[in-house]
Design a protein around this ligand. Structure first.
Ligand code: ZN
Length: 120
């Protein structure tokens, strides 16, 4: 568990690029919690910008998608391997929006960090 977690952490950090700090915790329910922070941006005082997602591969993708959008928006000149996944991230965002339009509450605002997702 611990070994695979740090291996994932390294992989995610490599993908996220030099501006990101990737941390994977294990939540109270035993599942991974992915946190990607920006080393340059702060929000509300001194907290660094971060994307935070619990879950397995879904959590990883969710956090990475938000990081990709953050890079595009705030650091357009930055270079990171994860930017190769921008089209996929945009497609997933579009699909999530569509799914939300079909009934669920709209709670996942990409510009608001630190909010846990409502997930069924
Ligand atoms: Zn940033």
């Amino acid at each position: 568990m611990t070994a695979s977690r740090s291996a994932r952490e390294r992989t995610a950090a490599a993908e996220a690029g030099p501006l990101a700090t990737v941390k994977i915790d294990v939540g109270a329910d035993g599942q991974f919690v992915y946190k990607i922070s920006c080393s340059e941006c702060t929000v509300k005082g001194d907290r660094s910008w971060s994307a935070y997602r619990p879950g397995g591969d879904n959590g990883f993708m969710g956090a990475m998608d938000r990081w990709i959008f953050h890079l595009k928006e705030k650091h357009p000149g930055a270079d990171a391997p994860c930017l190769a996944f921008l089209p996929e991230a945009q497609r997933r965002l579009h699909e999530r929006r569509q799914a939300q339009d079909e009934g669920a509450t709209r709670s996942d605002d990409a510009s608001r960090p630190g909010r846990p997702p409502t997930r069924g």
